[in-house]
Design a protein around this ligand. Structure first.
Ligand code: HEC
Ligand code: HEC
Length: 274
């Protein structure tokens, strides 16, 4: 909790993105903002995605009339650009902010091809960088995240990995009941979303290799963000709901499947579900 207060403080003090930049740069920042909010309908970004998600579904707004990625939760974009270029274990190399953005296009949004150095990639990079206006640069040698986020993610992931390793079919049943009670009113009994409420599984959702498909990452995000404007779930409730959602079918990513995320934690998806 203390760490969360520090994150909130840092975002509040350093986030100075107010006026759009002048000229062409301002236009491109605005374009990036529109893509982040309307990823599957903006005419430039639409051909790059197959999901019906918006970046802003996970990198949320603080309130209805605020900007995508400014919610003071673990998915915030405020501060993000200060840690790039950064070391990435997945790439075993130094990656740029556009490479990181591309990872979410491909794996979260079920992307069709790379956005790096396209109009889309540069526009989203411009928008996300603008959100860190005034914040000190601190390139990251450990992971493509700010040092504070590295600490928060790893602590919370550790906590959830311990819970997931003990998972049985009972946790799946409890997750299903909790899903119906806490989440289905917005995301639908079938997880397909409704209107502006985004899908949680199925062909229009994030892929099996997206960050949100990884059980410990998803639990970390969900505990900090959902149910909408009413976060109150315990660690165990969060783990059970996450287990239920991420056991449902979703697009593969280059052969990586839903059950592979369970195998990683020593779990057998079939046994958990049946
Ligand atoms: C289904 C949820 C989801 C969607 C949709 C999504 N992301 Fe992400 N994104 C995540 C999660 C979860 C993380 C954190 C993962 C981690 O750090 O391990 C993340 C991390 C990032 C980061 C690194 C942020 C930081 O400060 O470390 C960037 C940049 C990013 N996403 C950009 C995007 C863009 C651009 C889009 C839209 C094209 C997008 N994301 C769509 C879930 C999502
Ligand atoms: C009152 C409506 C509401 C409820 C209840 C709700 N959500 Fe959401 N959820 C949203 C909205 C709206 C978004 C998009 C983010 C935003 O607009 O701030 C979202 C986004 C998400 C996302 C990321 C985007 C995606 O589709 O993958 C996940 C995961 C999620 N919710 C899980 C849950 C879980 C789990 C519960 C129950 C514990 C829950 N939600 C309850 C409205 C709701």
């Amino acid at each position: 909790m203390k760490k969360k207060i520090v994150l909130t403080f840092i975002i509040t003090v350093f986030s100075m993105a107010g006026e759009y930049p002048q000229g062409k740069l301002g236009e491109v920042v605005k374009l990036g903002e529109d893509i982040v909010n309307h990823t599957d309908t903006n005419t430039l970004s639409k051909p790059y995605v197959r999901s019906q998600l918006q970046c802003s579904n996970c990198h949320r707004k603080k309130g209805a009339d605020s900007r995508a990625g400014t919610a003071k939760t673990i998915g915030t974009f405020v501060g993000t650009s200060t840690s790039f270029p950064a070391y990435s274990k997945r790439h075993k190399d130094i990656i740029s902010l556009q490479n990181r953005i591309d990872g979410c296009f491909l794996r979260c949004m079920n992307g069709t091809k790379s956005v790096v150095n396209t109009k889309v990639g540069i526009a989203v990079e411009s928008y996300i960088t603008w959100l860190s206006t005034g914040m000190p640069v601190k390139m990251s040698s450990k992971a493509p995240r700010t040092p504070l986020k590295i600490e928060m993610w790893s602590k919370s992931r550790k906590k959830f990995i311990a819970l997931f390793k003990k998972t049985t079919h009972q946790n799946y049943l409890s997750g299903k009941a909790l899903y119906v009670k806490e989440c289905a009113s917005c995301h639908g009994d079938d997880g397909q979303g409704k209107g502006t409420f985004p899908p949680l599984w199925g062909s229009t959702s994030y892929t099996a290799d997206g960050s949100m498909a990884k059980l410990p990452n998803a639990a970390t995000w969900i505990e900090d963000n959902m149910p909408l404007n009413n976060t109150h779930l315990t660690d165990q409730q969060t783990a059970d709901i996450t287990l239920y959602i991420n056991a449902q079918p979703r697009p593969e990513y280059r052969g990586f499947k839903v059950e592979d995320n369970f195998k990683k934690l020593g779990l057998d998806l079939e046994k958990i579900k049946n």
